[in-house]
Design a protein around this ligand. Structure first.
Ligand code: ASP
Length: 638
């Protein structure tokens, strides 16, 4: 794959330049170039002196070439000693290399140097600029311009460009046009916090940096640009959980005159195209689809990793989010695992008293030792997981069963339980019991943890999934109101609109918010999930003023507030807004996953650290008094 990437990126510098620094790149010369007189320019990676000769590895963006300084030049070298990362220009002849290096493409040749010139010197670099560097994270971030010289980082930056180019090609082929939208906009916080920028020309007033171009792309639909895209920076002032960046990039798209199906097809096509271009990987379309309820029911998670199976078994019926299933269970109770009698009481208080009991059957682990099961128990008890304990059943290969709660279960009951968990001989069944939300989150984390332990999450395997039919609202305990799960411009499913309009959003009992009709309203919203990561998300939008106003009201916004914040959009909806919808991909994350990494920072040229700092330029920083004066702002930190 990288071969293709490098080839397409290679710059030919053979044409004589006014000042010819190089005839070739450091990754280019082969045995077919023997005896050619060439000029190279690059950075000194290593220097090895052997008596009267010196070897230098010269590096540029394209690779490494070995230089040989013979006896006659060594004296000159002694007078002008080279150091690591010096910028060097050499002229010489391409020679066969006696000690071949099969690890690099130029490993069969070397340059017999006839002339050299030091174009610039370098201070001693703070870490070695090689694949396996001795530099820790912090020092590499501080000297990111040096880190970027390393092959390992360069590969990621090139991959990012390849993904960017493929996305643009595809979108261009499908009539999308790239339209830039402003970075200095109105602050309308909904969801994340805005970054704000004071306006000197309008003292006391502030712009916000866009969290996404959402309202602009919708306005562009009203303007008739029916296929828009942008690969664009977005800004969110969030507390940075691991692997988030305050500024990140989206492939942001919007289409008019479309339904959900049109969007899903268009964008699974884009991802297929990207994988073909960048990884030479063929996807069979359509991408698998799963409703949000199915994802939660089977995986405990709305972005399931489907590279492996290990689905959950709901041993005790949760009384909350699965409303439609509850109805189904009333019709056909036998369809649910609770039919084994666990609902009616097992005599095992941990199960009987719990709101939810969830299990996974982990293949090939029935022979886990006491030490290994203890490890798992400790793992679920860690504060991040927060469970009180873990029950397990070993379904041994000889068909016998052994559990951590044997004294409460007869052999037949245990067997029946194991079968309900779709377990096979050789499986270790892990069971968590507790409060619904926490238990579901814990079992879904445990599922991933076990898959990691068992090597079932191969970074070179890419499994895509659409998750659809998300809830429209989410209850926010802090502000004690409904918030939009996606954003307030997402349309409800057509037959749920009445439920939204005809019910008062206020909640009498915050503990039982799931009983409120709003909890069951589903949205025309969809996420694309890749290997257990949400890489894209979007929705079909509301495009009628009155429905949009009702949506704002459902979110607890007064008429004045919605007019103040979104009057421009509501107004635009009065002038012939077409039906429309869109999606945005998290570009950094998509690149990281395609690059086989979990860390988006590795795919951003100049990333921030976990405290949102750019440690290289030392930002954020204080500003001059003069700047405060111009802004007419006085700093009075609380
Ligand atoms: N603007 C949305 C987001 O950033 C994506 C979309 O609905 O198109 O999540």
């Amino acid at each position: 794959m990288l071969g293709i990437l490098y080839k397409s990126l290679s710059i030919k510098t053979r044409n004589p330049l006014s000042k010819m620094y190089r005839t070739h790149t450091c990754g280019e010369l082969r045995t077919t170039d023997f005896d050619k007189e060439i000029t190279l320019s690059g950075w000194v990676q290593t220097i090895r002196k052997f008596g009267s000769i010196t070897f230098v590895d010269l590096r540029d963006r394209y690779g490494l070439t070995q230089l040989l300084f013979s006896e006659s030049l060594n004296e000159k070298l002694d007078a002008n000693p080279l150091g690591r990362e010096f910028v060097l220009q050499v002229k010489g002849k391409v020679n066969a290399r006696s000690n071949k290096n099969a690890n690099i493409p130029t490993g069969d040749i070397e340059i017999l140097v006839s002339e050299f010139s030091i174009l610039n010197r370098s201070a001693l670099p703070p870490f070695t600029i090689q694949d396996d560097t001795d530099g820790g994270d912090d020092i590499r971030m501080k000297y990111r311009f040096l880190d970027l010289r390393r092959n390992a980082v360069k590969k990621n930056i090139e991959l990012r460009y390849a993904v960017n180019r493929a996305a643009r090609n595809y979108l261009h082929q499908h009539n999308f046009i790239d339209i830039e939208t402003p970075f200095l906009i109105k602050s309308t916080p909904e969801g994340a916090r805005d970054f704000v920028v004071p306006s000197r020309m309008n003292p006391g007033q502030f712009y916000a940096l866009p969290q996404s171009p959402q309202t602009f792309k919708q306005l562009l639909m009203v303007s008739g640009y029916d296929r828009y895209y942008q690969i664009v920076k977005c800004f969110r002032d969030e507390d940075l959980r691991a692997d988030r960046q305050p500024e990140f990039t989206q492939i942001d798209c919007e289409m008019a005159f479309v339904e959900q199906e049109d969007i899903l097809q268009m964008f699974e096509g884009m991802v297929k195209y990207i994988f073909k271009e960048v990884k030479d990987l063929d996807y069979n379309l359509p991408v698998q689809r799963m409703t949000w309820e199915d994802a939660m029911w089977n995986y405990g998670n709305d972005k399931p990793d489907i590279r492996f199976d290990m689905k959950l078994t709901n041993l005790k019926f949760p009384n909350t989010i699965f409303q439609s299933r509850k109805k189904a269970s009333e019709v056909s109770p036998a369809g649910f695992p609770n039919a084994i009698g666990i609902e009616g009481g097992t005599g095992f208080p941990v199960f009987d008293n719990a709101e939810t009991v969830l299990a996974i059957a982990v293949p090939g682990c029935s022979d886990y030792s006491r030490k290994q099961t203890d490890e798992l128990i400790d793992w679920v008890k860690r504060p991040q997981i927060g469970m009180g304990g873990l029950a397990f059943i070993k379904y041994n290969v000889d068909n016998t069963l052994k559990s951590s709660f044997d004294k409460f279960f007869t052999a037949e009951k245990l067997k029946s339980l194991a079968e309900k968990c779709h377990a096979n001989p050789g499986d270790l069944i892990l069971i968590l019991a507790g409060k619904e939300e926490r238990t579901r989150k814990a079992i879904s984390d445990l599922r991933l943890y076990m898959a990691d332990r068992l090597g079932m999450r191969n970074p070179e395997e890419f499994k895509l999934l659409w998750v659809t039919d998300f809830p429209l609202f989410e209850y926010d305990n802090e502000s004690n109101r409904w918030v939009a799960r996606h954003h307030p411009f997402t349309s409800p499913k057509p037959d749920h609109i009445e439920v939204m309009i005809n019910n008062d959003p206020s909640i009498a009992d915050a503990d039982n918010y799931l009983q409120h009709p709003y909890a069951n309203i589903k949205a025309n919203a969809y996420d694309m999930v890749l290997n257990g990561n949400e890489v894209g998300g979007g929705s079909i939008r509301i495009y009628q003023r009155d429905l949009q106003e009702k949506m704002f009201a459902a979110l607890g916004m007064s008429r004045e507030e919605s007019q103040h914040k979104f009057g421009f959009l509501l107004g635009a909806f009065e002038y012939g807004a077409p039906p429309h919808g869109g999606i945005a991909y998290g570009f950094d994350r998509l690149c990281a996953i395609i690059g086989g990494s979990e860390t988006i920072r590795d795919f951003i040229a100049f990333p921030k650290n976990n405290s949102g700092r750019d440690v290289m330029m030392d930002a954020p920083s204080t500003i001059d008094d003069k700047q405060f004066d111009e802004l007419q702002i006085k700093l009075d930190l609380k």
